[in-house]
Ligand binder design. Structure first.
Ligand SMILES: *Cc1c(COP(=O)(O)O)cnc(C)c1O
Length: 356
């Protein structure tokens, strides 16, 4: 705290990302990164963009990242004017809160969800109300109908539960709220859900957000995008062009295009993660964990006899880190990222020892 801080800064409660410890031989299962490297085409594209002397870095990147918008549009059967790109989907989300969710009525999101949402509300002065998940941690679409709101946002699959909502249910929410933007944050959709992107053609109020951080193995490159009606995209462009004209650098644009175009690599990584998730779910269930059905690259699990914080600490003592949220309703759960088969085997073995 300093006398130089503005009132806004004094009142902020910033997001706390999962730690990135600088420890060797760590098994890092705490921030949902992909255990596999990105497509080799990403490296080739970045090297080509750099050239022999990196002379192109003298020049600003394309402020509109047109090549990337075209690649995203091609992949999803959209047009470039239905695509917005940003420096990670967190930045895209930030612009969404300011451009499309700031209204007189409170916006709605689940009580258990991505913990960045209330942070953006604090930053941009967006009023919100949380909607409790059902006892089985699913979203009930009826809870989002017949209720005045300034917008609706939820991840699908939800984070950190991993539970997925069917497309019909999302369509019901969109139909019941024609004057609200319904934002579907699909950070994990490629690991088992059905994307709501086709709904953006039927509903002018549906906006779908994707990231290259998880299923494309590019958390370090910082690229995310939104797909929706051109009027929604234009709002995001207005905010972006009032904030930072060049959110994506040259290397990020080149690498992202290459990643999006390598479907075979992407499909193979997703398939491996899904297979490992299913094995991990079975192994942990055998150890007495209650594992929620996951459509993501992580599982959410609790043990009836063992405290989650203590388990997380015991794992940490064995150089395995997982995520524990000290929050109501979920403080007995661990969120465990699906790593390689070897990493998940090591995790299960460590838990076997800890549980005795
Ligand atoms: C990881 C994640 C994001 C952020 O992704 P970036 O593109 O890396 O900023 C957004 N939403 C949810 C639900 C996530 O889990």
């Amino acid at each position: 705290m300093s006398r130089f801080w503005s009132q806004v800064v004094r009142d902020l409660t910033p997001y706390v990302p999962g730690e990135q410890p600088k420890i060797a031989n760590l098994i890092k299962l705490n921030t949902n990164e992909n255990p596999y490297p990105p497509s080799p085409r990403v490296l080739a594209a970045i090297q080509a963009e750099l050239g022999d002397d990196a002379a192109r870095l003298r020049l600003y990147p394309d402020p509109n990242a047109d090549l990337l918008k075209q690649a995203v549009a091609r992949r999803h059967g959209a047009t470039p004017d239905q695509v917005f790109v940003g420096n990670g989907s967190d930045e895209v989300l930030a612009h969404v809160f300011q451009a499309l969710l700031k209204h007189d009525a409170p916006i709605l999101f689940p009580d258990i969800t991505y913990s960045f949402y209330p942070v953006y509300c604090g930053l941009y002065g967006v009023d919100y109300a949380t909607v409790p998940l059902a006892d089985d941690f699913t979203i009930n679409p009826a809870d989002y109908t017949g209720r005045a709101n300034g917008g609706i946002i939820f991840p699908n699959p939800n984070a950190p539960t991993g539970r997925v909502l069917a497309l019909d249910a999302i369509a019901d929410i969109a139909r019941a709220n024609p004057d609200s933007v319904v934002v579907v944050d699909e950070a994990y959709i490629d690991f088992g859900g059905t994307t709501a992107i086709p709904l953006t053609r039927r509903f002018d109020n549906v906006l779908v957000i994707h990231t290259l951080s998880k299923s494309r193995s590019l958390a370090g490159l910082r690229v995310g995008y939104a797909i929706g009606h051109p009027d929604l995209i234009e709002a995001l462009e207005r905010v972006k062009n009032s904030f930072n004209s060049y959110p994506l650098d040259r290397l990020a644009i080149a690498g992202a295009v290459a990643a999006i175009e390598d479907d075979a690599w992407f499909a193979d990584c997703c398939r491996k993660v899904i297979a490992t998730r299913d094995t991990l779910t079975t192994d942990l269930s055998k150890l007495g964990f209650d594992v929620l059905p996951s459509a993501a690259n992580f599982i959410f699990a609790r043990h009836a006899q063992h405290d989650a914080a203590e388990l997380a600490k015991a794992l940490r003592d064995r150089s395995i880190i997982v995520r524990h949220f000290k929050l109501p309703r979920i403080d007995q759960f661990l969120r465990i990222t699906v790593g390689t088969d070897d990493e998940c085997r090591a995790l299960a073995e460590a838990l076997r020892q800890i549980l005795g």
